[in-house]
Design a protein. Structure first.
Length: 365
């Protein structure tokens, strides 16, 4: 408090002169301030041809230089990438192993992602998912994490006969407890919208959702079964951006070159009613500090006009005995003596030897 130039210690033990709590605050995820990115605004982007070997970006047509998500395709078989006689691993195999090492427990990495087998539907597989599609959120957009139970990914594509198919995915956090992993809580990705499964009685897992990492790992098997599109379209099975016949997840089982299989996911977002809906989430700490001035505190000022003469006598006779001062601001300092916060009172607070004051300072960070 700048009135007397002295500092009054605060007991920062919780419940003494400090009370704090943490609350979760959400806001729209996308760079343009919106929670939904519609099909008409979704564009594919990449920084260079080299990057396309590993991933593609999803951008908003209004902010093309900002990638909202990165999309990748991983395969333990190396499908969709170039191998060299078994001596050089395919980039898609490297991607699979990278995400397995990042998201799975050490003893589970070799076994891979086991997504489809979590379901109870007839088409599930009992072994690991050898092919995966990955959506990776932009860290600056997601803040602390992706807000669970509110997001929806709506794909629009085609079945094997090219008839139209719409598939909406969300997480099951509203009905199921998370699975603890080295990458934080994990939820299943199911058919539904905004955290509500379309058919809770039929369990079909399309992928794993890691809120704290901002990552969606999607089963290539489950996606291709629901929305295959044409597998053999394009030159040498290479996927073409926004190709009408390649709006599906049926991937080519070749290892002769980069066939850009990750583009299949983006192609399935380009036609209405496809869309992405996400919100970010961050922890905001609200701390309240109670700054107490006792009767003998802060009754004088170090303002040079407060005194006069070489003896520093009070300038005004009426100030002797019980002078009045006015508190106008509060400053908080750390143990090193650095000022870390300052708050101004809306109305000056009168203070003298006959009064005490408690000023509450609230910090949110």
């Amino acid at each position: 408090m700048p009135i007397a130039g002295t500092r009054i210690p605060i007991n920062t033990a919780e419940g003494m002169d400090k009370i704090s709590h943490t609350e979760k605050v959400t806001s729209p995820y996308f760079s343009n301030g919106s929670a939904t990115l519609a099909a008409a605004s979704i564009k594919s982007s990449s920084l260079s041809d080299t990057n396309e070997t590993y991933f593609f970006g999803i951008s908003n047509s209004s902010t093309l230089t900002t990638e909202e998500f990165n999309v990748a395709f991983g395969s333990t078989n190396g499908y969709g990438g170039q191998t060299s006689g078994g001596t050089i691993k395919s980039p898609t195999e490297a991607i699979y192993k990278q995400y397995a090492s990042m998201l799975l427990a050490p003893l589970e990495v070799t076994g891979g992602f086991k997504i489809s087998q979590n379901g109870s539907h007839a088409g599930k597989i009992s072994t690991k998912d050898t092919e995966i599609f990955i959506m990776n959120a932009r860290r600056s957009n997601m803040k602390d994490r992706i807000n669970k139970g509110t997001w929806t990914v709506a794909f629009s594509g085609s079945a094997g006969d090219l008839s139209g198919v719409v598939l909406k995915l969300t997480d099951d956090s509203k009905t199921q407890k998370p699975t603890a992993t080295p990458a934080g809580d994990r939820y299943n990705i199911v058919s539904g919208s905004a955290g509500t499964a379309h058919n809770a009685a039929t369990s079909q897992s399309f992928g794993f959702f890691y809120p704290s990492m901002g990552i969606l790992v999607l089963s290539g098997h489950e996606l291709s079964a629901s929305m295959p599109g044409r597998i053999d379209a394009g030159v040498n099975n290479t996927v073409i951006f926004d190709s009408g016949s390649q709006k599906g997840f049926g991937f080519a089982k070749t290892t002769t070159g980069n066939t850009k299989q990750a583009l299949r996911l983006i192609n399935c977002l380009l036609e209405s009613p496809a869309s992405l809906t996400f919100r970010d989430e961050e922890d905001q700490v609200s701390a309240q500090y109670f700054c107490r001035t006792r009767a003998g505190h802060m009754n004088f000022s170090n303002n040079p006009t407060f005194v006069s003469g070489s003896l520093n006598e009070l300038r005004q006779e009426k100030m002797k005995g019980n002078p009045n001062t006015f508190i106008t601001s509060v400053q908080l300092y750390n143990d090193a003596g650095d000022m870390v916060a300052v708050g101004n009172l809306s109305t000056p607070l009168k203070k003298n030897f006959s009064s005490e004051a408690t000023i509450k300072v609230k910090l949110t960070y």
